[in-house]
Each structure stands twice: as C-alpha cells, then as structure tokens.
Ligand binder design. Structure first.
Ligand code: ADP
Ligand code: ZN
Length: 758
C-alpha cells in the first residue's frame, strides 16, 4: 500500500510513501503520520491511499499517529477547496483545519501530571515571593496540568515540587479532560414557544434540512460535488432585527438536527463568544432526550483545553460545537446544520494565510456535506443580501423584536453646533448626552458609552512647529496612553516616553497638545463630571487576564457599575436588561476610513451598538454624536432601515464595480526598500496585463501605495483586481508566485475577497 502525504512544511507538493503491512489497517485518508524526509523526520497528513506510485525509491512511513484519523475526508476536501480558491498551498490550508494542539500530538491521549490545590494545612507556611506567585495561580485554577502551570507561572518543576513538599498542593498523573467551563452551573432551559414569524422561519429551515438529509442519506456518503444551483435549496439568510429571537430559532433548528442523528456547528464572532452566549447553548442541551456535550472552541483556550474539546467532537461525544472562525472545520459527523451568527462580521475573515472567510467556507461545507447553513444578522453584509435577492440564498425575515420591548429611539446630535457655542474645541459630551446620563444615574439605570479608539488621545502635536509624534516604523501617529505614561503605536507596538517639550528639530517648544480622544479620556472626563458614578472602562488595555472580561461583565450585570465605557468590545451580543442608554461618542470614526466598506461598517456598528439599549422593560435611548449628521449610514441607522441603506449603498457599489457586483482580489507587496517594492509591483502588473484577456470583465487598479503605506518598517504597495468571477482568476493567481521572480526580501500576499483594504 502506498500513501500520498502532505507534509507540515509548505512545499507546494505532496510525496508518496510505503505503508508497512502491519499498519495497513490503521492508515486511511486523513491519518497523521511521521515520515522520513531527507535527513529529517516530518509530520504530515495522508491525502490519498493508492495501490502503487510512479515516484521512484519510496521510503516507508515511520509512525502512525493516533488511533483515529484526524482529518476526515470531508474536511480534507474542504481544505483542498480553500487552497484552490484562496490561493495557498494545501499544507497551509490543512494547518488551519486542525488546531495546533491536535496536529502536534504524537501519542494520542496521554497521562499528564496534574497539579491540584490542597486545603491549607493549619497555619500558612512562609513562602518566597516566587512560590507565592505560583501558588496564587494554582488557587485560581484549582487543578491544572503541571506543564501549563510551569508555562503560566514561568517557573520550574522544582519550585512546584517544593510547594508539594510543604503540603499545599498535590502532583499526580491524570487522564482527565480539561473543560474550560467545568465549574459552570447550568440551569436547563426549555424551548420557548415561537411567535408566528419565528415559527415560519424554523419550518423553512427544518424542511430544508429534511430534504438535504434525505438526499445525502441516499448517496454512498462519498464526497461529491453538488450541482451548481444547490446553494439555494439549503443556505438561508435570516435577517432579524436585534432581539428578534434569532438565537431561539437556531436552538430549535439545532434540536431538529440532533433528533435526526446529526450534529451542528454555531459560529459566533470571537468577541461575542461570551460566557453568556455559551451558557445559552449549553443549558439547552445539558439535559433531556437530546442531551449532548457542547464543545467550545475559541482563541482563549489553552492548548490542552483545545485538544480535549476537539477530541470530544471527533469522538462524537460533543455533537454541538460553538466557536469562533476556525470552528467551521470542527469534525462533526454527520453534520446537519451550520449557523453563522452575525454573518456580516469582519472577524470571520482570517487575516493571514490561508485568508479564508469562515462564512463562505461554511456555505461551501454545507453544500458538500448536505448540511443546511443559516446566516443570521440584523445588518447582513451587502454580499449576502445581494445573494438572497438573486435567490442564491433563501431570505427569511424577523422584522420585530420577540418580546414587547421596542427598538430604541435613536437621537442624532450635531456636534458642529456644540462646537460653535463656547468657541473652543468641541466638548467630548454634548449637553444632551450629559442630561441623559444624569437622568439614568438618578433613576438607577445603566449606561454604555462607546468609542472605538483606546488610549487617552490619538495624537500629540506641537502648536508652534506642527511636529506630530509618529511611529518610526509605521505611517501612523502615536497614541498617548496616560495611565501607562507612554506613547504607543497601535500597529507595531513601538513605545516612547512622553516628551515634556516638542522633540521636533530645533523647536523644543513646551506647548505640545494632545488631541483626538480615546476611551481613557472618556473615562477621565466622565469621572470628573459624575464623581459619584461607578465607572468601568473595558478595552484591550484594561483586560489583561482572561478572567477580567467575565468579572467586569458580571459586575455590570449585577448593578455594581453605573456606566460602562468601552471600544467595540462592548458592542456585540451582550444583553443587559437595565441598560437604557447607549451613547456613541464619535460616530464618524469609521466613516472616514479609506475603504469602500466604510459606510457599511458604520451602519452596522451603529445598529449593533444601538441594539444594546432597551432590552428590558424600559424603552431604550441611543444618542449618536456626529459631525456629519446627514450621512446616509447615520440616517438609515437612526431609522433602523436596513433596506433603505442597502438600496442607496448598492447604487454606489454598482457604479464603481465593487462587491457585491464584482469580486475583489487584493495583491500586496511588502519590503523594506520602497523603490524595490514599487518596481516589483509594476512587474506584477505587467504579468497581470498579459493575462487579462483570459479573465473577461476584469479590471486592474494600481500599483499604488496601500492606505497603510508603511507598517512595521515595511513599505506596502497594492494592486486591486475586480472581476465578476473569481474561480478561474484565483487559479491563475496561484501561478503568480512562480511566474514572477521577486527579490528575496520582498513578500507578495494574495487576498481573495478581502475584508479590509488597509
Ligand atoms: P437575537 O438573537 O435576534 O438578538 P434573542 O434570541 O437573543 O434575539 O432574543 C431576544 C430575547 O427575546 C431573549 O431574551 C429571548 O429569550 C426572547 N425571546 C426569543 N423568542 C421569544 C418568543 N418567541 N417569546 C418570548 N420571548 C422570546
Ligand atoms: Zn508602529
């Protein structure tokens, strides 16, 4: 027996190996193997089993890893599609379908040494600072693998043993699973009776599932490519306003999958994967006849936790998976349903190779495995809505909130007027916002204030010579962080001391000015204005440990915080009944990004943020502060009018040939020498021009400096291709790497369907 193997290093090709007779029964497509390669041994995945090979001098594989193949043939097939469509080598596509912790594992389940906290043996012994620090981590976790403790505490086994000698903890081998939510207490939840719109949505989805299941049960279960029009019979766009009860529809559709012996995957944006969300899914399936484990996959899991969650799925013990982007590859079999919640979210796009979009991968996976796909959003992406209007997806609408609560009233405050009154620079808070906050504090209701920019101020400028503190590595200005007393680059992390006078050449003027507010300044000014209010700020500067997020949200829910200030972190999926006011400090921020999706993003953001208000008994109010009150994105968001926005925005997209009317491929060249980058970009353009005739309708723009012209000391040039069809184009672009020889110190990336043009 011969196997074809894709190795873990990106060589862009596969290699054949012999399988010794004793392993033949264990090796199948998807098995991980260790093979000789030159003088080394490498790990790889079996992509094909064949009787013979035309490659000469085959070597035998050295080892079979794990008792079960890790990549199922279906997921392998998906990886091949990703490699082809997103222009990357199969090795890299395969790398992202398996979590690292699973890929690197050599011996399957292993007994690990676990550290367990013991009750205090009488009087607390005197500890060194180091021992104290290690013990505190054990106290926090109560039980964790020794290796992880060593990593977390940056300590040595000897230090841990010393604590064991003191009787404070125990070290013992254990094959236990790490369940990140083991301590959660789940209150079982029952399905809620649906309203007529929800019921209609559910019925359409479940009957599509019945059709899809009947079709795939009758075939021979081999992977096959469905007919091209197959999407419309099984991809749904569920357009429902915030609070319309989409999640309840997902839950009941998932129950339908389980009833029919199938599993389901729910994707949510990383940032919305809160304990609250996870609990909702876990409690529904924690008991009753459909009881199953719910596996959770996200980036804050330790390697060990991720390994265990993944295997629970592979072994079929967890039939429901909830996770961020990469959970779309979870080895659920057979798969009945994939839900992509907040399908418009840009975090579904991976910003490194393979640059896949999890929503689009979900649609392809659903087609190939006979699973129904439900894309849900209050503000669908223009691409998905366009697909629904073209009948590529089936459109289902939930126009009203599920409970009595109304959508909040959105008030637009024109900050230009605020500015003119006093004469000075505009205040951070309009009078209207200050009044509204005061009222909430008096009534004991809660407020969320939102500004999508962290730090204290976004630039430091000299009034006299015009000097602006910029990053030496990137083409952006440095942000002033007052608590940390630093100037910081948000792109590369470069830090500088805060100057007391202008550092500009031959200036030295003391009159430097900080301008452009961030969340730190909002917090600061708020505490002066409302000295008695209990404030918390939530952004990536304040959340250093994984528990912080939980703590802040719990404090907010239990009413220990009056006003929560934050970045987009607080915009998504949170549900707090006592929040009756949401303030958006500077709605224009995302409007002026150099990206054709700037308006769409602003509309989505405003709608999502507004959705946080008035989720309880009291009607909510949203105050939007802006300098461009008549911008369509702001006006349509004020009226909760998605269709109005869609019509207006698609007109502009059509005129310019942007998505959803065309697809985009973005090529970026990076290098330290600007002239070289520019020259090579022009060279790439020549190659594209020669090919152009074979891509009907395709338009090429550039090369031009990228909007972020320099990042981490690399200059960046871009070319943009717009084309009505992508499949052939991306197949050809794959050849670009070989066809055009670039200098060694230059990097070319190809981004198909980019989410951001920066
Ligand atoms: P969405 O996911 O669309 O934002 P949710 O599913 O979170 O909406 O629902 C919002 C609230 O309405 C939740 O508290 C949910 O329990 C409740 N809800 C959903 N469907 C119903 C229903 N049919 N009857 C009563 N309450 C419902
Ligand atoms: Zn920088």
């Amino acid at each position: 027996m011969v196997v074809r193997v894709s190795l873990d290093i990106a060589l862009g090709r596969e290699f054949d190996y012999l399988v010794p007779a004793m392993w033949e029964s264990q090796v199948e497509v998807g098995t991980r193997v260790r093979v000789p390669f030159g003088a080394r041994e490498l790990l790889g995945v079996v992509t094909e089993v064949r009787p013979t090979s035309d490659q000469p001098g085959l070597k035998p594989i050295r080892k079979v890893i794990g008792a079960q193949s890790l990549v199922t043939p279906r997921v392998l097939d998906l990886a091949r599609w990703i490699a082809g469509y997103y222009c990357c080598p199969l090795e890299l596509a395969l790398k992202s379908v398996l979590p690292d912790a699973v890929r690197k594992e050599e011996d399957g389940w292993r007994e690990r040494l676990h550290v367990t906290l013991l009750p205090l043996p009488g009087a607390a012994p005197k500890l060194t600072a180091r021992q104290e620090a290690v013990l505190r981590i054990v106290e926090e976790w109560r039980d964790l693998p020794l290796q992880e403790l060593i990593r977390l505490a940056e300590t040595t086994p000897a230090t841990v043993r010393k604590l064991e000698d003191l009787g404070l903890l125990r070290i013992a081998p254990k094959v236990s699973e790490r369940d990140p939510h083991a301590q959660d207490v789940l209150v079982p939840s029952l399905p809620i009776p649906l309203n007529p719109e929800q019921q209609a949505a559910l019925e359409q989805i479940t009957s599509a599932m019945d059709v899809a299941m009947a079709a795939s049960n009758s075939d021979d279960r081999s992977v096959k490519t469905p007919p091209a029009d197959a999407t419309a019979s099984q991809t749904f766009l569920l357009h429902g306003v915030t609070g319309s009860g989409k999640t309840e529809v997902y839950l009941q559709a998932m129950a339908h999958a389980l009833k029919n012996g199938r599993g389901a995957i729910v994707l949510v944006p990383e940032i919305a994967l809160t304990p609250q969300t996870v609990e909702r899914f876990k409690s529904r399936f924690s008991s009753g006849p459909l009881q199953t484990l719910v596996a959770v996959l996200h980036s804050h899991l330790s390697a060990g936790e991720r390994h265990d969650e993944w295997h629970k799925i592979r072994q079929g013990r967890a039939r429901i998976v909830i996770g961020a982007r990469s959970a779309v590859f979870a080895p659920v079999e057979p798969l009945g349903l994939i839900v992509v919640d907040e399908e418009h979210e840009h975090s579904y796009k991976q910003e490194e190779t393979p640059r896949y979009h999890a929503r689009d991968v979900a649609v392809v996976r659903g087609q190939r495995e006979g699973a129904v796909v439900v894309l849900g959003s209050a503000t669908p992406s223009l691409e998905s809505y366009h697909n629904a209007l073209r009948k590529k997806y089936r459109l289902v609408t939930l126009p009203n909130r599920a409970t009595e609560m109304k959508l909040p009233v959105v008030r637009i405050v024109d900050m230009r007027q605020e500015q003119s009154r006093g004469g000075g620079p505009p205040p951070l808070f309009s009078r209207r916002l200050v009044e509204a906050i005061t009222q909430r504090l008096e009534r004991g209701e809660q407020t969320m204030l939102f500004l999508n920019r962290r730090g204290y101020s976004t630039s430091l400028q000299c009034k006299k010579c015009g000097y602006v503190a910029g990053c030496p590595n990137c083409s952006v200005s440095l942000t002033y962080h007052r608590n940390a007393q630093k100037l910081l680059c948000h792109i590369c992390g470069h830090e500088e001391k805060v100057p007391s006078k202008c550092p500009g050449p031959e200036c030295g003027d003391p009159g430097i000015r900080f301008s452009g507010a961030g969340t730190e300044r909002v917090e600061d000014q708020l505490s002066r204005r409302f000295p008695k209010a209990r404030l918390r700020r939530m952004d990536s500067d304040t959340l250093q440990r994984k528990e912080d997020y939980r703590t802040v949200l719990n404090d907010f829910r239990t009413g220990k915080i009056d006003i929560l200030v934050g970045t987009q972190m607080i915009a998504k999926g949170l549900h707090f009944p006592n929040v009756t006011l949401v303030g958006i400090i500077h709605a224009d921020l995302s409007l002026h990004l150099p990206d054709f999706r700037a308006g769409e993003r602003t509309f989505q953001l405003l709608t999502q943020v507004s959705g946080r208000a008035g989720r309880g008994d009291v009607e909510g109010e949203v105050i939007v502060q802006t300098f461009t009150p008549f911008h369509p994105a702001i006006q349509f968001a004020r009226r909760h009018d998605f269709l109005g926005f869609y019509d207006q925005e698609t007109e502009f997209r059509q005129q310019l040939g942007y998505p959803p009317f065309n697809r985009v491929a973005l090529l970026t060249l990076r290098g330290r020498n600007e002239d070289k980058v520019k020259f090579s970009a022009e060279h790439v353009r020549k190659w594209l021009d020669e090919k152009l005739a074979s891509w009907p309708g395709t338009v090429i723009a550039g090369p031009a400096p990228a909007p972020l012209a320099k990042a981490e000391s690399y200059y960046r040039y871009q070319l943009m291709l717009r084309s009505p069809r992508m499949t052939k184009l991306s197949r050809d672009l794959m050849m670009l790497h070989e066809a055009v020889t670039l200098p060694d110190d230059l990097r070319l990336t190809i981004d198909i369907d980019p989410a951001s043009l920066l």
